[in-house]
Design a protein around this ligand. Structure first.
Ligand code: ATP
Ligand code: MG
Length: 232
């Protein structure tokens, strides 16, 4: 079991390949240590290894070289369940489930009250668009969320993450074009969601990159530059 974490994250000499037989290194000698509560933007060209970094942090795969540590604990030595319970993972194909908007927000915390869920939606700027749906929070959505835009799906996932309140947040930002109003809600909602959590964002928006405490530029499996937006 992993104890309640604060959210310090460290990669120590991490090397990784998806295919041990071929042995082509996807990540090579990745080193960083980030303090609790900081926002890290991962940027770099397609195929660079950004998603792989978050795959290793959430332990969808185990590293072959080096260590991934949270609060100094090697994540290999804790149960997957206890690790994931401390993480909010929001991938690009935001996972929604068949059910109402309300049940989707409460997904990770079924015991929450409607008021708490609505408060979370308000905080991340999702409330207005939800109220504009035909049946508001009672609107039924299907797994693929086909009645919602990508940006709207991401807003629901923000509300869900805020309600679950994990110390570590992982976000693969949506790249598809998003209308200006939803875009603004996403920007503001994200900044509120990030407060007090250690967050790793595969960032596509300039606003996210500008607001990050640290930008890591990854290319061909290595961190080739790091710093704030002003520094880079
Ligand atoms: P993008 O911006 O396109 O999402 P990325 O920086 O997230 O790119 P990764 O998905 O981490 O890149 O991929 C890094 C390398 O690993 C690529 O060469 C990719 O083809 C390879 N790769 C990714 N996932 C797998 C997998 N499940 N099995 C085998 N190879 C993979
Ligand atoms: Mg990726």
């Amino acid at each position: 079991e992993m104890p309640q974490v604060k959210g310090q994250v460290e990669f120590k000499n991490v090397g990784f390949t998806y295919d041990e037989e071929a042995g082509n290194k996807i990540l090579d000698n990745i080193n960083f240590k980030v303090g609790q509560g900081s926002t890290i933007a991962l940027v770099g060209p397609t195929g660079a290894g950004k998603s792989t970094v978050i795959n290793l942090l959430s332990r969808f795969y185990d590293v072959q070289e080096g260590e991934v540590l949270i609060d100094g604990i090697n994540i290999r030595n804790v149960t997957l369940g206890s690790l994931r319970s401390q993480m909010g993972v929001m991938l690009q194909d935001t996972f929604l489930f068949s059910g109402t908007v309300m049940s989707n927000i409460k997904y990770a915390r079924p015991d929450a009250t409607d008021e708490e869920a609505i408060q979370a939606a308000k905080t991340v700027c999702a409330h207005d668009f939800i109220m504009n749906l035909k049946e508001g929070y009672d609107t039924e959505i299907n797994e693929r969320g086909t009645r919602l835009s990508i940006g709207e799906r991401q807003l629901i996932s923000f509300a869900r993450a805020l309600l679950a309140d994990p110390r570590i947040l992982i976000l693969d930002e949506a790249t598809s074009s998003i209308d200006t109003r939803t875009e603004l809600a996403l920007q503001n909602g994200l900044q509120r969601l990030l407060k007090g959590r250690t967050s790793f964002i595969i960032a596509h928006r300039l606003s996210t990159i500008k607001n990050a405490d640290c930008i890591m530029y990854i290319d061909s499996g290595s961190i080739v530059e790091r710093g704030t937006h002003e520094e880079l």
